[in-house]
Write a protein that binds this ligand. Structure first.
Ligand code: NOJ
Length: 558
């Protein structure tokens, strides 16, 4: 399908930059909603979510009040890692629809004022990608092999892997292949599943291909890219051993010879030039797991990407001191490079924050209101606006996450749900009743718990005490109040132990105060309450007074 830039509309209408007193660049304050296509809405009743299903639900997202939608991968894929193993980056997997569906979805989203961000997976392809298949057929030393990391093995007969690198999903990061004549051959590198061979980013054809892919999707009208494993493309020279570290974790912060190498930044500089060629502020978002916030900031220097996920925040426990430290650290790191901080609590790789933070719905709602009060851009994962918990009792036989099948046993095994990802991917409930609670006309690819219908969109709509109503109110307040959204600092207010309180000011002098009681008992906050102003929003029942209930966040405004 050929697309032309000229006939694409964009929901822009906003001036560029922050100068001149206008609204700042959209991505400095955007609330971005992550759709996990398999589990959002099933348009054709086959039990698997799809693009027509998402398209039909776009009005719900517009009404929720988000600015943009990030779609996890929908490309042609054997689905060894739920689509993060791409066989054809220019095609939609038939189970999700086709390019016409993608085109219609992008157009409808723009008509509703929503931007679309797609997932780009440049660290690895599927082992079914044409390049990898040809590389296997052509054998050692051929140009196609150089597009991946093929190496001879160690040991007398090459029977040992080339180095000690481990897969994030468990086991060695190397798999041996057969030569075209059937004899035992070279090994190839895969930091994730064996079906996900890593590209060699020193190869010019790989670099050219991804620049071309960026243009393909930009021409389709997308507003940006979430870049998968953005810290992984360049490996340390000579592929040195990593040494023993214990089982690697998704979203971890270890220093490793295959992550966060300085060479990745040149790639992003070349991508930024392409993004800037297009109108409407197209953005790049790094999924970069780095040891420190300062290292993350390098990905969002002015000539690189626009945003990076804040996994240091996501990995912080519900503890006032720890939260204050990570908030300050994030803002301090981003300020010198002029990029917005981002905030995220849940995604398709981690235990949903309602369950992970250990305090049930009250704590989840308090954590959300804190996140949405912080300066910068925030990410919401589908279903958190319904207060969905992690599904912790999925039977082994329905699980599909490759991390589940490759995880170790004994000390290295994941505790509880940590490291297991199907429990946050259960299809979301739209209606109280029905075969899959309105997800589709039939079942769903992962079983939904029996009580799921009570949490559905239909049940919560119109109920002012619902979590859905809280998200809608918070997002509306963010849009309406100049002190919320974009910014690079907060003013901390003195507060009792276990309580966080800060003030933010808008350019017009208006203010918002956010106070969070992270403890499980009520705390008197008489000294901290603003003497003027009004209650804007509270995460639990709080009608005023000088006692902040347990696990509660309150916003006041001037
Ligand atoms: C990060 C993605 O979020 C995750 O789901 C995936 O398994 C890995 N990257 C590998 O692509």
């Amino acid at each position: 399908m050929t697309q032309h830039l000229a006939d694409r509309t964009h929901p822009s209408g906003e001036p560029s930059g922050t100068a001149g007193g206008g609204r700042p660049d959209w991505w400095r304050h955007a609330v971005i909603y992550q759709v996990y296509p398999r589990s959002f809405a099933d348009g054709n009743g086959d039990g698997m979510g799809d693009l027509p299903g998402i398209r039909a639900r776009l009005p719900y997202l517009a009404e929720l009040g988000v600015d943009a939608v990030w779609l996890s991968p929908f490309y042609a894929s054997p689905q060894a890692d739920a689509g993060y193993d791409v066989a054809d980056y220019r095609a939609i997997d038939p189970m999700f629809g086709d390019l016409h569906d993608a085109d219609a979805l992008i157009r409808d989203a723009h008509d509703l004022g929503l931007r679309i961000i797609v997932d780009l997976v440049p660290n690895h392809s599927s082992d079914q990608h044409e390049w990898f298949q040809r590389a296997l057929r052509q054998g050692p030393g051929t140009p196609l092999r150089d597009r991946y990391h093929f190496r001879p093995g160690k040991g007398e007969h090459g029977e040992l892997p080339p180095n000690d690198w481990e897969s994030i999903f468990g086991g060695s990061a190397w798999t041996r292949v057969a030569n075209p004549d059937g004899s035992p051959g070279e090994w190839y590198l895969h930091l994730f599943a064996p079906q996900q061979p890593d590209f060699n980013w020193n190869n010019q054809a790989v670099r050219d291909e991804f620049r071309s892919l960026l243009r393909f999707w930009l021409d389709m009208g997308v507003d940006g890219f979430r870049i998968d494993v953005a810290h992984g493309m360049v490996k340390a020279e000579g592929l040195p051993d990593m040494g023993s570290t214990g089982q690697l974790r998704l979203l971890g912060a270890q220093v490793l010879p295959f992550f966060d190498q300085d060479g990745v930044h040149e790639i992003y500089r070349s991508w930024r030039r392409i993004l800037d060629e297009y109108p409407g502020q197209r953005i790049g978002v790094a999924e970069a797991w780095t040891p420190t916030a300062d290292r993350t900031a390098l990905y969002v220097r002015p000539d690189e990407l626009h945003q990076a996920f804040n996994f240091h925040y996501l990995n912080t426990p519900w503890d006032a001191d720890a939260l204050r430290r990570v908030i300050d650290g994030s803002l301090d790191s981003m300020r010198p490079v002029g990029a917005p901080s981002t905030w995220v609590l849940s995604n398709h790789d981690v235990v949903r924050h309602l369950t992970r933070l250990g305090g049930g719905l009250a704590r989840a709602r308090a954590a959300t209101l804190l996140m949405l009060a912080l300066p910068g851009s925030a990410y919401i994962y589908q279903g958190e606006e319904l207060g969905l918990p992690e599904v912790t009792d999925l039977p082994d036989e329905v699980r599909q996450d490759p991390a589940f099948f490759r995880r170790g046993t004994g000390d290295d095994a994941a505790d509880g749900q940590e490291g297991l990802r199907d429990g946050c991917r259960v299809p979301i409930p739209w209606t109280a009743e029905g075969a899959s609670f309105g997800f589709g006309d039939n079942g769903s690819w992962l079983p939904q718990p029996p009580g799921w219908g009570k949490l559905s969109v239909a049940e919560q709509t119109g109920d002012p005490s619902s979590t859905l109503a809280l998200y809608r109110a918070a997002l509306a307040a963010r849009r309406a109040h100049p002190a919320l959204g974009a910014g690079d600092s907060v003013t901390w207010l003195p507060a009792p132990a276990g309580v966080l309180a800060f003030r933010r000011e808008g350019a017009d002098g208006s203010w918002v105060i956010c106070a969070v009681n992270t403890t499980d008992t009520p705390v008197a906050v008489a000294d901290l309450l603003p003497r003027t102003g009004q209650l804007l929003l509270a995460s639990t029942h709080f009608a005023g007074g000088d006692v902040l209930p347990a696990d509660t966040t309150v916003w006041w405004r001037d």
